[in-house]
Design a protein around this ligand. Structure first.
Ligand code: ATP
Length: 326
């Protein structure tokens, strides 16, 4: 027996398109199975301040198509202390919440792991982050939408890049992971992706220049992950100005536009399946696992594995980008 009557839901860390579709699926699957549902606003912060409200089916009507999160999100320093988590636990007990579904990125799931271990609460996580940097899952909620937003933006920049025969560094999100930069480069036919995963192995900018920027082309587009390791688009442009002054370079930082917008069909479907799987996991007595997707199937990934900072990037794609940029 799972011994659960009431499931709490929260979204934490950076928002990602598809979080609302997940909230809808969790709420309705839980209600369908006879659970009470309570929504916790502003992530762990709301658990500490008691911003908690019972949810009915109509509380999640008309949200599947919305970006962002109707539950809001926040970062909480207090939750990172034991005293903070104890207060959160007391609020949970007061509200009669006996299991949690946490939708967020690696920080949020690291918090969930600590909380579950200290207070013996069943918690299931959903990977909600545009960065796709959680291990044990092929993709995360929000990643596909962000990739499509990047693609549309780069297509527009290409028009001006071609007209002026310029070299453009376009910075995309992904502090520790180059999935958006690399797959964005493939999807837009960019000349290169400069990503943190290989930043310490090769000087990607020098390699790019040596391979001959432009070649037969009238413009060049390079996607750069916003990492300290890559130097970001500004850092690379400064280097080009100094070391290769013959190039007319420009920088575009896509920024928060990448987080917004209506989720793609792929993200809505993923979030819906994962939301349903999260409630099923609790019914089965699972705890301290993140729902992942592997080869199309829903899987349970222990938190400790999900937050390991070692999700492999497909290096063959770097070669593909290089080869196709001749
Ligand atoms: P994104 O990947 O989009 O940045 P995230 O979930 O990684 O999302 P974070 O800001 O890293 O975002 O984490 C969200 C919140 O999770 C933090 O504000 C904090 O309250 C909590 N948290 C993060 N790490 C821990 C930890 N080690 N212990 C307890 N709580 C944590």
């Amino acid at each position: 027996m799972h011994g659960i009557n009431c499931i709490g839901i929260l979204t934490s860390g950076g928002d990602a398109p598809g979080m609302n579709a997940a909230i809808r699926a969790i709420t309705r699957t839980a209600l369908y199975n006879g659970f009470e549902v309570k929504a916790i606003y502003r992530g762990y912060k709301g658990l500490l301040t008691g911003e908690i409200k019972p949810f009915r089916s109509d509380d999640v009507s008309n949200i599947i198509q919305l970006g962002g999160t109707i539950l809001k999100t926040a970062r909480s320093k207090e939750f990172q202390t034991y005293e903070g988590r104890q207060k959160a636990y007391e609020n949970m007990m007061r509200e009669g919440i006996d299991a949690l579904v946490v939708i967020g990125g690696d920080g949020s799931l690291a918090g969930a792991r600590e909380f579950a271990a200290e207070f013996d609460i069943p918690i299931v996580g959903l990977p909600g982050t545009i960065d796709n940097d959680l291990s044990g899952t092929d993709t995360t909620i929000g990643y596909d939408t962000a990739l499509n937003t990047i693609m549309e933006a780069v297509d527009k920049i290409r028009d001006t890049a071609m007209s002026h025969e310029r070299l453009f560094f376009i910075e995309v999100m992904g502090r520790s992971a180059g999935f958006l930069a690399l797959n964005g480069a493939v999807a837009t036919g960019a000349e290169a992706a400069i990503i943190p995963e290989i930043a310490t192995e090769v000087d990607q900018l020098a390699e790019l220049i040596q391979n001959g920027f432009k070649k037969s082309k009238s413009s060049s587009i390079v996607l750069v992950a916003e990492s300290e390791l890559t130097g970001g688009a500004m850092g690379l442009a400064a280097r080009v100005k100094e070391e290769y002054p013959e190039y007319d370079e420009r920088v575009t930082i896509l920024g928060h536009i990448q987080r917004g917008g209506s989720p793609t069909a792929a993200d809505r479907i993923l979030a819906t399946r994962m939301g349903e799987a999260a409630v099923n996991a609790l019914i089965e007595g699972q705890r301290n696992v993140m729902i992942g997707v592997k080869n199309g199937d829903m899987v349970y990934v222990p938190f400790s594995k999900a937050i390991r900072d070692d999700k492999p990037i497909n290096r063959d794609l770097l070669q593909t980008v290089k080869m196709l940029s001749i």
